[in-house]
Design a protein. Structure first.
Length: 610
């Protein structure tokens, strides 16, 4: 979950690295550090906190600049976020930055002499390289020797005071990209860091090493230590720079971008003339036909992307009668799932870098299963590794709490349910044509819901004083209840859980008292009456009722302490509309508690360790 960057060139590396760290801090923001190679020697600055604290510390340290260096943004795995645990770590003349986990760190620690000055697994790598260097006197050989000893998944970049004109990077697991400029070379976990300077990039594969010898010379090696040629990729599509555009937080900006994201997806995937949904898939264009032929597809993802997958299951199974298996990637990879041959797999990930989801991709590759990725970040590891690709196309999402990528995913899954329904023969063309007008109207309905933000501010006022939250929904609203609860807990740090409304009597009802918020998702639908009964049962036990319902619906209004209204529409679309007030109540409750909603404590945007 950490971010690595490196620079070799002619610019002031301090500025390049600090600007790069600012972009990559979505990977971890509990501590940061950099190493600059100056004429006077190596200079390391580390600090607790995000880029603002590091900038201040670098400015206070003053002086020396140089045109080589390394940088790191940390999300703590081993040891708390204190300066001693921040990267770069050093062992005598060896400096390293590391992303990932060294699984045999304790064994290596017992074998190496130290002294160890941090609690991290990363520092062990520096000592291991030092030990090998003493025997080999070559940084490259020392790194090769070290990677034969360390276990786990990791990306590292290494420098030595004895070889100040060398920078070595190695990857096994987490992403690592090289950027080639004019007489300058960049290195990063994410290409966006150097896109202001160059779009010519080389993606390292697992087991590969990059050896930079000066700003114009670098070599690549395979895991067999053989020199290899690597193809250069020109990044034509990547996110352009994003600003807050006057919003106090990226998250709020991203909430308000949702109608445009959906309008953009409609432009791409809906043929308005023919009144038909046409979802374009890259590479294996017949992927959806493969799903229909098999009559089955597994969808695997983590976090909000998993909840979106659950929505996909409900929508696709109902719309097309195709059986959909849904799993969390962290479970799927270890639970020995029964995978019949050639059953298509859909992997969903905003970042395309989530470690567990990538592990599932590798499992699928070993079994030669067709893999369709649904990513927001083009050129991410998942996007490059999948056999077919689809995109959320939501633009860069900076807030750690996913919003626009989530709703874009739901919308695409709804579109997929329509296409699969048609291909399977469960949805007639005339039925599809009836749905299209509601799709076209949808961005305006989203805008309308957002225009009622004040209702959510009022709800947040009530919610901030409560001790726990229970989100309830039935059928297609249940995955949205899960998402609402996740938004609330990750932003407010107050416990929130979601249940299918019909499950309350089987245990969770015991939790309800006057300090409990019950957030019910009950727009008019085939299940709303049933949900009302369950909400009534919770209200009778003293719960404070927040109900998201159809505008003008008397029953939901009378049930609520706070009523959050959405316009009437198709059930699959109304469930997507429900998430907008849920995002806003989580956002406003967190703001009123004084939390930084873009960088919630203990979290990172991209989860690159398992
Ligand atoms: O990049 P991914 O979609 O693979 O990320 C999955 C989760 O880490 C992510 O959705 C996480 O749950 C968000 N913080 C939710 O807001």
């Amino acid at each position: 979950m950490c971010g690595i960057i490196g620079y070799v060139g002619f610019r002031d590396s301090k500025e390049v690295l600090l600007n790069g760290l600012e972009k990559i801090q979505y990977r971890g923001y509990d501590s940061m550090g950099l190493l600059i190679v100056t004429k006077q020697g190596f200079k390391r600055v580390r600090s607790v906190g995000d880029i603002r604290q590091l900038r201040k510390k670098v400015a206070d340290a003053g002086g020396n600049s140089g045109s080589w260096g390394l940088g790191h943004s940390r999300w703590a795995t081993h040891g708390p976020p204190v300066e001693a645990n921040a990267h770069p770590h050093k062992a005598e003349h060896i400096y390293i930055v590391h992303n990932g986990i060294i699984e045999n760190a304790e064994e290596l620690k017992a074998w190496l002499k130290g002294p160890f000055l941090s609690e991290t697994d990363s520092e062990v790598v520096a000592h291991c390289i030092l030990d090998s260097y003493k025997k080999n006197s070559s940084l490259k050989e020392a790194v090769f020797d070290t990677i034969s000893k360390i276990k786990g998944e990791y990306a590292i970049a290494v420098m030595s005071e004895k070889d100040p004109n060398e920078l070595i990077a190695f990857k096994k697991g987490p992403s690592l990209v090289i950027g080639l400029g004019e007489k300058e070379i960049f290195l990063s976990s994410d290409a966006q860091v150097f896109l202001p300077y160059t779009n010519r990039v080389i993606f390292l594969k697992d087991g590969e090493m990059a050896h930079i010898q000066n700003r114009e010379t670098l070599y690549f090696y395979s895991d067999k230590k053989q020199k290899i040629d690597k193809p250069i990729t020109l990044l034509d599509s990547y996110f352009t720079e994003t600003e807050k555009k006057g919003y106090p937080y990226y998250m709020l900006k991203e909430i308000y971008e949702q109608p445009d994201c959906i309008a953009n997806l409609i432009e791409t995937h809906v043929n308005k003339k023919a009144c038909k949904v046409e979802v374009g898939i890259n590479n294996e264009k017949d992927f959806l036909d493969q799903i229909v032929q098999k009559g089955r597809c597994n969808i695997v993802a983590c976090g909000s992307s998993y909840y979106a997958a659950l929505y996909g299951k409900y929508a696709i199974e109902k719309g097309s009668r195709i059986s959909i298996g849904v799993d969390m990637a962290s479970e799927f990879r270890y639970r020995s799932p029964v995978l019949s041959s050639r059953t298509p797999l859909l992997l969903i990930s905003q970042s395309g870098e989530t470690a567990d989801t990538l592990a599932v991709m590798r499992m699928a590759q070993e079994l030669s299963l067709p893999v369709l990725s649904l990513c927001n970040v083009a050129h991410s590891s998942l996007d490059r590794g999948a056999s077919a690709q689809l995109y959320m196309s939501a633009g860069m999402e900076k807030g750690v709490a996913s919003t626009k990528a989530f709703t874009s995913t739901l919308f695409i899954l709804f579109l997929l349910s329509i296409v699969l329904g048609r291909k399977k023969g469960s949805l007639s063309l005339s039925e599809e044509q009836k749905i299209i007008p509601s799709l076209l109207l949808f961005p305006d309905q989203m805008k309308e819901v957002l225009s009622r933000e004040k209702e959510c501010v009022a709800a947040a006022h009530l919610l901030r004083a409560l001790k726990s939250f229970i989100y309830l929904g039935r059928d297609i609203y249940y995955p949205l209840a899960l998402e609402g609860a996740l938004k609330m807990k990750e932003l407010t740090y107050i416990h929130a859980a979601a249940y299918p409304a019909g499950e309350m009597k089987h245990g969770p009802l015991a939790l309800v008292d006057a300090d409990t918020a019950i957030v019910g998702l009950a727009p008019k639908s085939h299940v709303s009456k049933k949900t009302f009964s369950n909400l009534e049962e919770a209200r009778s036990r003293g719960g404070k009722m927040i109900v998201v319902g159809t505008r003008g619906d008397k029953e939901s209004v009378s049930l609520s302490d706070c009523f959050l209204s959405i316009p009437s529409c198709n059930t699959y679309l109304s469930s997507i509309l429900c998430v907008l007030p849920l995002q806003l109540i989580a956002y406003h409750t967190a703001c009123s508690l004084g939390h930084n909603v873009d960088q919630p404590r203990n979290l990172a945007k991209s989860v690159t360790v398992e």
